[in-house]
Design a protein around this ligand. Sequence first.
Ligand code: UN1
Length: 504
Amino acid sequence: MMSSLSSQTSALLASLDIPEGYYTQGTRVVTSPLTGEEIARVAEVTSQDATTRIGASVTAFQAWRQVPAPRRGELVRLLGEELRAGKKTLGQLVSLEAGKSPSEGLGEVQEMIDICDFAVGLSRQLYGLTIPSERPDHRLTEQWHPMGPIGIISAFNFPVAVWCWNAALALVCGDPVIWKPSEKTPLTALATQALFLRAAARFGDAPADLSTVLIGGRAIGELLADDARVPVISATGSTRMGRWVGERVARRFGRSILELGGNNASIVTPSADLDLTLRAVAFSAMGTAGQRCTTLRRLLVHSSVYDQLVSKLVNVYRTISVSNPLEGNALVGPLIDEAAFTAMQTSLEAARAAGGTIHGGERENVNGAGSFYVRPALVEMTSQTGPVLEETFAPILYVMKYDTLADAIALQNDVPQGLSSSIFSTDIRDIELFLSSRGSDCGIANVNMGPSGAEIGGAFGGEKETGGGRESGSDAWKGYMRRQTNAINYGRTLPLAQGVKFDI
Ligand code: UN1
């Protein structure tokens, strides 16, 4: 007897023309965090299959790199159209498989559509420079060439958008993509691949195997990271995973784009608009049940506004709706699994031992034993220590008091991670100091909003243990291409650079 969620899942997958065998026959059991019920079983690739399919991706590359970039953009335009048409279906699947609210599920697909639009325009703007040469009758230029297959290792929390940030850029840059999705979210990957294949069929003459999905565990990720035929590996997930992937890729001189853990802070200054701050903190700390790499994890509040803001926050934490977001309007859905719940409790224990005062954090009995819903936790700390220095992928917000902005910035930067940050202020001096070279050391620094919820137009990523990679907008496309410098002599003599003489 199929559970109601699995029949819902089947109906969604069937509406994307995905054959039933793809998600009913296999060894990997997929459960929904909403209820803990099994919703599908998918087949995994063997190492041998994966190796063969990487070879097929290389063949696709040889054809695709010859297709003019604006024409490659047409494929991504069609992908964007398929995503528009399939937005509701894919969004619902994201909710079922990752536990996101309907609005966040749809938002994730919108993020895919946005990056497709961006990449289409980009397909006519993969510019190189012309550089003045020091030699007469010489020209110096640079151009950008396709790299080869791009390996994409993604996490459960943005099960499809992260693929698209990478894939939309890679495809216009002339690169096929090979995707190893999170073991926890293979269904949304299969659905995304189905939409891609529809776009490719409409495109007409796209080479086969431009997009490959490898469903599997760590061994498949390892194989991808080790394969020198895959020049770029873009990996999103924990710092532990990224260190392991980054080291393997570096060993073979591959390029990695790492988007790893965050331990994002916001600074609330005395001039902050506290109503706006309250809403921004609530969204960025509790949205997606605290399971974004950009989630607000540390709140640094000026002592003059601490009591006022924190008392309001405690109230919001006490009353925010925690439930199955598909059955009501709950703002906070489930954690992904039991391991996430255990990690959260371990961090809360450590915070208590370090002198923290904890509000919330208890398990909520929503859907029985198989699902893990928790009341988000607000933890008042007197110092930045122990679990505050780590990323726990759960809704825990550590709150600390500060007296000078210099102290707050020092605290904000004094963690191993460097993804995102923000300041709440209406004082231009405070804002500009925070954004200056003496300010936030993160890849993202926002003003009067939380650290999460980035748009695709900017480059996305961070420093230190966040891995240093940049994805998505701005010139992140350069990570998917190889730069070639060309010096061209159009004269009849051979002047050497730096005035070197070599007359034979
Ligand atoms: C992630 O959590 O891995 O900025 C990505 C955000 C989203 C992306 C998060 N646009 O919160």
